[in-house]
Design a protein around this ligand. Structure first.
Ligand SMILES: *Cc1c(COP(=O)(O)O)cnc(C)c1O
Length: 417
């Protein structure tokens, strides 16, 4: 039986009786009765959406079999539903994992990995340049629950090693950091984690399995904000978490179901639809990113261009080794002229969405100083190499020539203020 049949029961529905004839004496009987979708000789090519919250079982015995994992089936949508299961299986396959789970957001996935597994008294080491909300989880929520946290530089394996304590249980990193696109020493970190018996969790949102299959490098837990590149159209908010160990996965699943971190069927349907074109989108966006980075370098007022594929990137060699030439779709650059020039650039880039997200089919630009890093003081931002002139570009799939000329126009307008 195909996954399609198992998840949506299409073949069984075909055998069910068609819609009962409307009752003339009691119209409500027709109106409110649940009716199986009529089958036919054809079959839908598109994935159906199954919004049902509850699933009827044949008998208490059958329900037992589902809860005990002897039979596949669904009971209640907060626990699992077909559209999430289908999406999870696809991302599992991409990441080389099995039994992963879709969550209501990327942060729900981060929460499940941290709070679902760690307990009071544990210690966790996070990369010091994690996604903003993940950093907040480290600085506020985990300590509030008695879980100690330390932040360390993920490009410096010795800094991470120095942060390890006897009670350290997990390390959480991203392979490519936002927005300076530094590359974590994934191999080195995996090695020290393994030696010390510490779980390694990798948020693979920026890199995606197209560039890095984190489990191949020794990650125990893989996290995604599916919202970004995987779904790819800025219309679904979702996360994914998978683990190499089924007991860890069960722990995260129980936590997510208990806290209600589970996703909506419609979002899962949109994301699953997005996956069909994921490889094409990624490849095209990556190609565009390399071209854009080369094009804007040397334009008036451009003081820095950051792209891991460039020889002048501080982690270029590591990127070549880890990412195998998949340098991604993110480009960061800096212009002179402070906030005024930044405002001029955004206003002049009329066709490019100025929006704090990434991974959309269309190119978006963000300004870390007023979005992802606005909570930092200007001094702390400077220390991280982020100024008023720093822009992060999530490159999309537009024709490269168009993109290059739009950015050139915007950058020249900013310089000509
Ligand atoms: C966006 C993002 C998240 C959070 O994902 P949401 O779907 O917005 O909750 C986590 N990690 C990284 C690296 C992200 O870019």
């Amino acid at each position: 039986m195909s996954i399609f049949d198992r998840l949506f029961g299409t073949s069984r529905l075909v055998d069910r009786p068609a819609l009962p004839a409307p009752s003339t004496t009691n119209p409500m009987a027709t109106q409110v009765r649940r009716t199986p979708w009529p089958g036919g000789t054809g079959r839908a090519v598109g994935t159906p959406i199954q919004p049902s919250v509850v699933y009827g079982a044949e008998s208490p015995d059958a329900l037992d079999a589902i809860y005990e994992g002897r039979e596949e089936g669904f009971t209640y949508a907060r626990e699992a539903h077909p559209n999430a299961a289908l999406l999870a299986q696809k991302i599992d396959a991409m990441e080389g994992l099995s039994g992963g789970m879709i969550m209501g957001s990327g942060m729900a996935a981060v929460s499940a990995a941290l709070m679902g597994i760690l307990k009071q008294g544990d210690h966790v080491i996070g990369a010091d340049r994690l996604y903003g909300r993940s950093l907040r989880m480290m600085s506020e929520e985990l300590p509030r629950m008695g879980i100690a946290t330390t932040l360390a530089d993920p490009t410096d394996v010795e800094a991470l090693r120095a942060a390890i304590r006897p009670e350290t249980r997990m390390i959480l990193i991203e392979v490519v950091s936002n927005p300076t696109l530094r590359i974590a020493d994934l191999k080195g970190i995996a090695k020290i984690a393994k030696e010390a018996g510490i779980l390694l969790a990798v948020d693979n949102t920026f890199t995606t399995p197209r560039a890095v299959r984190a489990r191949d490098f020794g990650a125990d837990i893989v996290i995604h904000s599916v919202t970004k590149l995987l779904a790819g159209h800025s219309d679904a908010t979702l996360g994914y978490v998978g683990a190499t160990d089924s007991a860890l996965m069960d722990r995260m699943r129980v936590f997510a179901v208990t806290l209600g971190l589970t996703p909506s069927p419609f979002d899962c349907w949109l994301a699953e639809r997005g996956l069909y074109s994921f490889d094409l989108r990624y490849d095209r966006a990556e190609e565009n990113a390399a071209k854009l980075a080369a094009h804007i370098d040397g334009l008036p007022g451009v003081t820095r261009v950051i792209y891991p594929g460039r020889a002048d990137h501080p982690d270029h060699e590591r990127a070549r080794d880890l990412l195998k030439g998949r340098f991604g779709n993110m480009v960061t650059f800096e212009i002179a002229g402070g906030r005024d020039a930044a405002n001029r650039l955004v206003r002049a880039a009329r066709n490019i969405a100025f929006a704090p997200t990434l991974g959309d089919v269309g190119t978006t630009i963000s300004h870390p100083a007023t979005s992802s890093h606005r909570a930092l003081s200007p001094e702390d931002r400077e220390a991280k190499g982020l100024g008023e002139g720093t822009f992060r570009v999530s490159v999309g799939v537009e024709p490269a020539q168009l993109l290059c000329s739009e950015f050139e126009t915007a950058i020249r307008s900013a310089a000509n203020g």
